[in-house]
Design a protein around this ligand. Structure first.
Ligand SMILES: *[C@@H]1O[C@H](CO)[C@@H](O)[C@H](O)[C@H]1NC(C)=O
Ligand SMILES: *[C@@H]1O[C@H](CO)[C@@H](O)[C@H](O)[C@H]1NC(C)=O
Ligand SMILES: *[C@@H]1O[C@H](CO)[C@@H](O)[C@H](O)[C@H]1NC(C)=O
Ligand SMILES: *[C@@H]1O[C@H](CO)[C@@H](O)[C@H](O)[C@H]1NC(C)=O
Ligand SMILES: *[C@@H]1O[C@H](CO)[C@@H](O)[C@H](O)[C@H]1NC(C)=O
Ligand SMILES: *[C@@H]1O[C@H](CO)[C@@H](O)[C@H](O)[C@H]1NC(C)=O
Ligand SMILES: *[C@@H]1O[C@H](CO)[C@@H](O)[C@H](O)[C@H]1NC(C)=O
Ligand SMILES: *[C@@H]1O[C@H](CO)[C@@H](O)[C@H](O)[C@H]1NC(C)=O
Ligand SMILES: *[C@@H]1O[C@H](CO)[C@@H](O)[C@H](O)[C@H]1NC(C)=O
Ligand SMILES: *[C@@H]1O[C@H](CO)[C@@H](O)[C@H](O)[C@H]1NC(C)=O
Ligand SMILES: *[C@@H]1O[C@H](CO)[C@@H](O)[C@H](O)[C@H]1NC(C)=O
Ligand SMILES: *[C@@H]1O[C@H](CO)[C@@H](O)[C@H](O)[C@H]1NC(C)=O
Length: 800
C-alpha cells in the first residue's frame, strides 16, 4: 500500500537563522544560547569568586560614600560587572551572578524628564496600534484582562511626576509589563536598560518540559535533558519536578508564564519550554523559563519527586561593551542613548542626567539626512527575503506529494512567528487554487489623525500636486540626490487608495472613502480593506504572483490537491502574524481542522493560535520614516503647520528612538498596524479577541520530545483515523468555535455568518481506517521543509 499521509512542516518564512523578529516572544535576542552548554560546580565557583574578588578589592580601594541609590556596600555594581568582564580570558562567556547584574541595572539613575518625553512619544505611536479600544473593552470570549494602554501611560506620567519610581529599572519593568499585558507580539517594546547590555538566564540544564504518559493523561514537569537522556537510555528513569523556588511546579510556571506576550494561557505555558519546531529551524529559543526575565532569586532551586534537589545560580550575561562603565550613570551614557550613529546627524542634546557628559551619539533613525530616509535598504536592511523560493518549494512539495500518492496533509505550524504576510495568502492558495477561493484577507487601520494626513498627502502626491513635485530643487533638498518619485510611491503604498480594495473588491474612489472612518467599540477605524492579489503594489510584492493570480493564474485549473478533511493544522499556540493569517484562511474559508499540542496541565480545549492575529506589524521606525516621507512633500508653510500636528510630531519624535533597545540594527519596538478581520463578521472584531478552540488537543509524550515523527503520528491517529478523536484530551473536542463544532465563520459577536464566502466542509471525518500512518512518508516533508525554513527565513508582516 502507498503511504497515504503526508507530513508538511510549514514555516511561513519563520525568521529562523536569517534574523529573527527582533522582539520575538517578548524576550530579547539571545545571541549565545546553546542547548548543550553545561555549567559545572567549578564554573559556578569561578564565577562567584571573580565577582567576590573584585568586590573585595574595590571595597578596600574605595571610600564608602557613594551616592548611587542602590549600592549598599558602597561599590558600584556596574563597576564590578565591568571589572569581572574585563578580567575574563578572551573568548570566555561574559557571565556574572544574576544578583549582581540586577544590582547594576538598579543603580542606573531615574531619568524623570527623559521618561516623561518618552511617554509623550509613545502616546503618538500608540495611536497606530489597531486594537487599543478592544484591549480596553474586550468582547466576551477574550480570556485576558482589559488593558487601557493610554490610561496606563498617563498614570505612569503621574507616577513619574510624583516621584513614585525609585530607579530607571523600576520604570522600565513597569513599562515592559504594560506592553506585555496587551498580549500582542506585534505591540512590543524592548527598553534599553533591560535589553541593551545584560540579559538574564536560568542556569544551563534547567530547561523543562511538560510531558504526559500517553498524550492524554495530565502532564508532569521534567528536566528537558532528563527526558532526552531517558529516551536514549531506557535504564534511566527521570523524576518529575515537584517544586520550583518554593512553589509547586505547576503554580510556579503558571505564574511565571503570565509575563509571556501571547494572548492565550496555554500558549504562554508552552512558551516556557524549548520548542521542538524552533530548535529544528535553527532558532535558539530554549523556553522562557530558561531565558525569561529575572525574578530576584539568586538560584534556581528545584525539588524532584524522588526527594533530591537541584540548585544552581541564575546568570546575567553581560553582552554589552562594558569598557568604561564604572557606575549606573556611565551605564546610562553607554547603553541608554540610542544606537551608535550610522550617518552624520545633528548632535542630540545631552540627556539631563549628567551635564558633564559628552553629547550622546545621535540615534540612527532620528533626524538622519533625508537621503538616508528614502533609502529602501533602511526598510529591508538586514533581512533576507525570498518569497519566491518559499512558493516554489511549497508548490514542488505538493506536486511531489501528489505524484507519490499522498492523500493527507499536516501543516505543522508550531513555533511559527510569522513572516511575509503575502506567503500566508499564498499558502492558502497552494491548497485552494480554484478561482472562487479568493482569500478574504480583510484588514483595517485604526483611523488616527497622522494616518489621515498621510493619506491626504499621498492622494495629492498621486495627483502630482504636492509642493516638492512642483519644485525639483525643493524635492532634491528634501529627499536627497538620486531619490525619485518612485521611491516616495513605495513609501506611501500603505496609504495609496488607488491600490486598495474595499470589502466587495471594488476600488476606493478617494482617500476619504478609504479612510472612512467607521465606529466600533467607541473607536474609529477605516472600512475593511482588501488586497488586490493581481496587483503587486496592493500586496506590496511587485513581481511576485500569488498562486491563482497574474503569472500563476494558470494554477486556478489545478485540482485542489487535498480535501479539507484530509488536511489538518498542528498548532502549539505559538503562531503569530502571518501564521495566524494562513490559519484563519485554512480554518474559516477552507474548513481545515486544527489539533493543538501541549498547554496547561489540565483537561479542556486549547486554542490553536495564541500569538497576535494582527495582519501587519510596523516598527517605530517604519511609522516615522513614512511620516517623514509625506512631510517633506509639503511646502515650507505646510510643514510649519504640520509641525503642530501628529504628523509632524511623529516625523520628528526623538526620545522614543533614544530610549529603545536596538537589535540587529533595528529598533526593538512597534505596533500592530492592521487588524485582521473575518469574512462576514458584522461586529468587525479584531481576530485576537475571538476565542477559537482547536478541534482536538493532545499532550506531549516523552518520546515526542526527541522524535518529531511521533508528534505527527499522534496527529494522524487522532485526526485521520475513524474514532481517533477518542484519544484527544478530555473535554478538548467539539467546542462551538472549532470547525468540527460548527464554528466556521463565527464572528466576534458569536453569530455564524452562513453567507460568508465559499464554505469548505469540515464535518467529515477521515476516509476511514485504511489511512495508515507510514513513518517513511515523513522524511520527504521534513527534509524539504527543514531546508526551506532556512532559505525562506524572513521577518516582519510586510514592508513593501
Ligand atoms: C566622598 O565624598 C566626598 C564629599 O562629598 C567627595 O569629595 C569624595 O570624592 C567622595 N569619595 C569618593 C570615592 O566618591
Ligand atoms: C545515546 O546513548 C549512547 C550510549 O549510551 C551514547 O553513546 C550516545 O551519545 C547517546 N546519544 C545521545 C543523543 O544522548
Ligand atoms: C532524582 O531525580 C533527578 C531528576 O531526574 C535526578 O537528577 C536525580 O539523580 C535523582 N536522584 C536520585 C537519588 O535518584
Ligand atoms: C509571580 O510572578 C511575578 C512576576 O510576574 C513575581 O513578581 C511574583 O513574585 C511571582 N509570585 C510568586 C508567588 O512567585
Ligand atoms: C546556589 O547554587 C550553588 C551551586 O549549586 C550552591 O553552591 C549555593 O549554595 C546555592 N545557593 C543558594 C542560596 O541556594
Ligand atoms: C568597547 O568600547 C571601547 C571604548 O568605548 C572600545 O575601545 C572597544 O573597542 C570596544 N570593544 C568592542 C569589543 O567593541
Ligand atoms: C523651489 O525650492 C527652492 C528650495 O527650497 C526655493 O529656493 C525656490 O524658491 C523654490 N521655487 C519656487 C518657485 O517656489
Ligand atoms: C468613548 O470615547 C470618548 C472619546 O475618546 C470618551 O470621552 C468616552 O468616555 C468613551 N466612552 C466610553 C463608554 O468608553
Ligand atoms: C487589480 O489589479 C489589476 C492589475 O493592476 C487590475 O487590472 C484590476 O483592475 C484590479 N482590480 C480592481 C478591482 O481594481
Ligand atoms: C503556471 O505557470 C507558472 C509560471 O509560468 C509555472 O511555474 C507553473 O508551473 C504553471 N502551473 C501549472 C499548473 O501549469
Ligand atoms: C518642524 O519641526 C522640526 C523638529 O522640531 C524642526 O527641525 C523644523 O525646523 C520644523 N519645521 C518648520 C517648517 O517649522
Ligand atoms: C459535508 O460532508 C458531509 C460528510 O461527507 C456530507 O454529508 C455533507 O453533505 C457535506 N456538506 C456540504 C455542505 O457539502
Amino acid at each position: 500500500m502507498h503511504s497515504s499521509i503526508l507530513l508538511l512542516s510549514a514555516y511561513c518564512g519563520l525568521s529562523a537563522a536569517a534574523g529573527p523578529h527582533p522582539w520575538m516572544y517578548g524576550v530579547p535576542d539571545y545571541p549565545d544560547l546553546d542547548m548543550n552548554e553545561v555549567m559545572t560546580q567549578a564554573d559556578v565557583n569561578d564565577m562567584v569568586a571573580a565577582a567576590e574578588d573584585i568586590t573585595t578589592a574595590s571595597a578596600t580601594a574605595q571610600s564608602t560614600n557613594s551616592t548611587s541609590p542602590s549600592t549598599t556596600a558602597g561599590q558600584e555594581p556596574c563597576a564590578i560587572v565591568s571589572s569581572v568582564i574585563a578580567a575574563l580570558p578572551s573568548g570566555a562567556r561574559p557571565i556574572v551572578p544574576a544578583e549582581l547584574g540586577v544590582r547594576c541595572l538598579q543603580s542606573v539613575p531615574l531619568d524623570t524628564n527623559g521618561n516623561l518625553r518618552l511617554i509623550d512619544d509613545m502616546k503618538l505611536f500608540v495611536k497606530w496600534q489597531s486594537n487599543i479600544a478592544f484591549l480596553k473593552n474586550p468582547p466576551t470570549g477574550y480570556t485576558e484582562r482589559p488593558m487601557d494602554i493610554v490610561g496606563e501611560l498617563d498614570a505612569m506620567k503621574n507616577q513619574l511626576s510624583s516621584g513614585e519610581f525609585r530607579t530607571e529599572y523600576d520604570f522600565q519593568m513597569k513599562m515592559m509589563d504594560l506592553f506585555n499585558s496587551a498580549y500582542d507580539n506585534h505591540f512590543a517594546w524592548q527598553p534599553d536598560i533591560l535589553a541593551s547590555a545584560i540579559q538574564f538566564q536560568r542556569p544551563p540544564g534547567s530547561e523543562l518540559v511538560s510531558v504526559s504518559t500517553d498524550g492524554v493523561a495530565v502532564p508532569e514537569i521534567y528536566i528537558y535533558r532528563d527526558v532526552i537522556k531517558a529516551n536514549n537510555d531506557t535504564s534511566f528513569k527521570p523524576s518529575a519536578v515537584s517544586m520550583i523556588d518554593g512553589l509547586s511546579a505547576k503554580d510556579f510556571l503558571t505564574n511565571a508564564s503570565i509575563q509571556g506576550d501571547f494572548h492565550d494561557a496555554d500558549t504562554r505555558w508552552n512558551a516556557m519550554f524549548p520548542s521542538q519546531a524552533l530548535i529544528a529551524s535553527g532558532t535558539t529559543f530554549l523556553g522562557a523559563f530558561r531565558s525569561g526575565m529575572y525574578t530576584g532569586q539568586p538560584n534556581t532551586t528545584m525539588q524532584f519527586v524522588n526527594g533530591s534537589t537541584y540548585s544552581m545560580p541564575n546568570l546575567a550575561v553581560a553582552f554589552g561593551n562594558f569598557t568604561g562603565v564604572d557606575s549606573g550613570r556611565t551605564f546610562f551614557r553607554k547603553f541608554c542613548t540610542g544606537p551608535p550613529p550610522i550617518v552624520q546627524a545633528p548632535a542630540q542634546p545631552a540627556t539631563p542626567l549628567d551635564n558633564s557628559a559628552s553629547a550622546p551619539p545621535a540615534p540612527s533613525h532620528v533626524g538622519y539626512p533625508k537621503a538616508e530616509l528614502i533609502n529602501p535598504n533602511l526598510a529591508v536592511g538586514g533581512y533576507y527575503i525570498n518569497v519566491q523560493s518559499f512558493q516554489n518549494t511549497m508548490r514542488d512539495f505538493i506536486r511531489k506529494s501528489k505524484a507519490d500518492g499522498k492523500t493527507k496533509m499536516i501543516f505543522d505550524l508550531r513555533g511559527n512567528g510569522g513572516g511575509n504576510a503575502i506567503l500566508g495568502y499564498d499558502t492558502f492558495k497552494q491548497v485552494y487554487p480554484q478561482a472562487e477561493q479568493e482569500p478574504f484577507g480583510g484588514t483595517r487601520f485604526r483611523a488616527n489623525d497622522a494616518l489621515n494626513q498621510a493619506g491626504k498627502i499621498t492622494q495629492d502626491f498621486l495627483a502630482g500636486k504636492t509642493f516638492a513635485q512642483s519644485n525639483q530643487t525643493a524635492f532634491q533638498e528634501a529627499f536627497g540626490q538620486g531619490t525619485t518619485e518612485d521611491d516616495i510611491f513605495g513609501f506611501t503604498s500603505s496609504f495609496n487608495y488607488q491600490h486598495t480594495l474595499d470589502a466587495n473588491n471594488a476600488v476606493f474612489p478617494s482617500w476619504e472613502a478609504m479612510f472612512g472612518p467607521e465606529t466600533f467599540n467607541n473607536d474609529t477605524f477605516t472600512p475593511t480593506l482588501r488586497y488586490n492579489y493581481s496587483d503587486g503594489i496592493s500586496t506590496t510584492y511587485t513581481g511576485f504572483s500569488v498562486i491563482g493570480f497574474n503569472d500563476n493564474k494558470n494554477e486556478t485549473a489545478t485540482p485542489q490537491p487535498f480535501k479539507a478533511q484530509d488536511m489538518v493544522m498542528l498548532h502549539d499556540g505559538m503562531c503569530s502574524s502571518t501564521c495566524a493569517i494562513v490559519s484563519e484562511l485554512l480554518k474559516n474559508q477552507g474548513a481545515v481542522r486544527t489539533i493543538a499540542i501541549g498547554g496547561r496541565p489540565q483537561p479542556g480545549p486549547m486554542q490553536g493560535v495564541g500569538g497576535t492575529k494582527g495582519a501587519q506589524v510596523f516598527s517605530w521606525d517604519d511609522i516615522q520614516i513614512r511620516m517623514q516621507a509625506v512631510y517633506f512633500l509639503g511646502s515650507p508653510a505646510q510643514r510649519k503647520a504640520w509641525n503642530d500636528t501628529d504628523l509632524g510630531r511623529t516625523a520628528f519624535a526623538t526620545q522614543l528612538f533614544t530610549r529603545s533597545a536596538y537589535q540587529g540594527g533595528r529598533i526593538a519596538g512597534g505596533v500592530n498596524l492592521k487588524d485582521n478581520l473575518r469574512q462576514g463578521d458584522a461586529s468587525k472584531t479584531p481576530l485576537e479577541f475571538v476565542y477559537e478552540a482547536a478541534d482536538c488537543r493532545m499532550f506531549f509524550t516523552a518520546g515526542m520530545v526527541s522524535d518529531v515523527t511521533l508528534v505527527w503520528k499522534g496527529v494522524a491517529d487522532r485526526m485521520f483515523l475513524e474514532g481517533g478523536m477518542g484519544k484527544c484530551v478530555e473535554g478538548s473536542t467539539g467546542d462551538g468555535t472549532s470547525v468540527s463544532g460548527g464554528g466556521q465563520f463565527r464572528g466576534g459577536d458569536g453569530k455564524i455568518n452562513e453567507q460568508a464566502g465559499l464554505k469548505g466542509n469540515g464535518s467529515a471525518a477521515g476516509d476511514g481506517p485504511s489511512q495508515q500512518f507510514v513513518g517513511g512518508a515523513s522524511s520527504v516533508g521534513v527534509k524539504s521543509w527543514g531546508w526551506m525554513a532556512v532559505v525562506a527565513g524572513l521577518v516582519m508582516g510586510m514592508l513593501w
